[in-house]
Design a protein around this ligand. Structure first.
Ligand code: PA5
Length: 357
């Protein structure tokens, strides 16, 4: 029988954390501050005259920064940002495309393939990586390279992977100077750490409370098509990779047109679903109304639902407040399951099997 860990016991929390995921998360604020000042120093700008579209190509923990860029810039820049998680790039990629090839390890085969495609299609490419083959290819091709620090899991390097994309768009004149907003966000999550970090007791700690709600349940995470869409996806990925548990995500209003019909059978499984609804006070009023009606529809069917609200001032702080809360919740859930959050043996196994061919 699995022993349930005491989330109020710091030693219990860290006992199985062999790779320092908890410490890495505590360092997110410092990571963002470091990224805004240092990573792009001495990095050349991609050579592009007119940008019609932007593509971020990467997988897993290296792709989520692309989604953050997509939702953050959606109401700020006149060109679309597409996130590509494949070997191939969309057909529209050409000389007027800026492609960010992002891979923490620099060795993810899909990203390397998409990088080659971007080059072949005449796109302006920028590589963001700690090293590996991607860095070698960028150096070989004279492609601008943002080298980021090594030493953590890709999913714990969100600041390093995301902030440089903002910096490049700023230098290309697509975004204003964001140094102030990034530093404000970093200060905000440092404050938030006091409320949701490991030292804060469960009674006052939203992330610990969420982990208890999700323990031995099937997490279903719902965001909205504002900033919380990417956060729902992030929560799902973090629960998968850190807690080694399944999780599913969707967004309002789309889920009102299909997923919501699927809450009739099988009853005994539905009883074990716990729904997290990610809320942002700025959501469309009709979406807010949809959420209320939906709670009424599922209330008696699922185990329960928990609402988690974005906090802080400004888009970046709100985005990262929810990400930070979910990241901590996933680490606490890992502790409740008595599992080490760091290693992702299944991903490593897959990569090794693929490399063997
Ligand atoms: O979090 C992880 O370890 C994965 O999701 C990786 O990010 C993913 O496999 C891609 O690897 P990389 O980030 O090194 O390109």
């Amino acid at each position: 029988m699995t022993q349930q860990f005491d989330l109020n016991n710091f030693e219990d929390l860290c006992r199985l954390d062999s790779t320092g995921m908890m410490a890495a998360l505590e360092g997110l604020s410092a990571q963002c501050s470091y990224a805004v000042c240092n990573i792009l120093k001495d990095v050349e700008l991609p050579n592009i005259e007119a940008i019609s579209n932007i593509v971020v190509t990467g997988l897993g923990g290296s792709a989520i920064g692309g989604d953050l860029l997509r939702v953050y810039t959606a109401d700020k820049i006149p060109v679309p940002v597409t996130v590509n998680r494949d070997y191939f790039l969309p057909k529209f990629v050409g000389p007027d495309t800026l492609v960010f090839a992002v891979s923490y390890s620099g060795n993810t085969e899909e990203t390397l393939s998409a990088y080659e495609e971007a080059r072949a299609g005449g796109a302006s490419v920028m590589a963001i990586t700690t090293g590996g083959k991607l860095a070698a290819m960028a150096l070989r091709d004279g492609v601008p390279l943002a080298k980021i620090p090594t030493g953590c899991a890709p999913r714990a390097a969100t600041g390093y992977l995301f902030i440089p994309t903002l910096g490049i768009l700023q230098r290309l004149g697509l975004l204003p100077d964001l140094t102030g907003e990034i530093n404000d966000m970093a200060s905000y999550i440092k404050e938030l750490h006091k409320k949701i970090g490991p030292e804060s007791p469960r009674e006052e700690n939203v992330s610990k409370q969420v982990a208890h709600k999700l323990y031995k349940k099937i997490p279903v995470i719902w965001g909205t098509t504002g900033i919380t869409e990417v956060v729902a996806q992030r929560w799902k990925g973090q629960i998968n990779e850190n807690a080694k548990a399944p999780a599913y995500w969707n967004v309002f209003p789309e889920l009102n047109h299909n997923e919501i019909v699927g809450f009739e059978y099988p009853r005994e499984i539905l009883n074990n679903i716990h729904v997290i609804i990610l809320r942002d006070e700025r959501d469309h009023l009709r979406v807010q109304k949809r959420i209320e009606i939906t709670k009424g529809i599922i209330g008696n069917v699922v185990d329960g639902f928990t609402e988690v609200w974005a906090s802080g001032d400004g888009d970046l702080a709100k985005l990262f407040s929810l990400i930070y809360t979910g990241d901590y919740a996933s680490l606490y859930l890992a502790a409740l399951y008595g599992t080490d959050p760091g290693p992702v043996k299944t991903i490593d196994y897959l990569k090794l099997e693929l490399a063997a061919e």
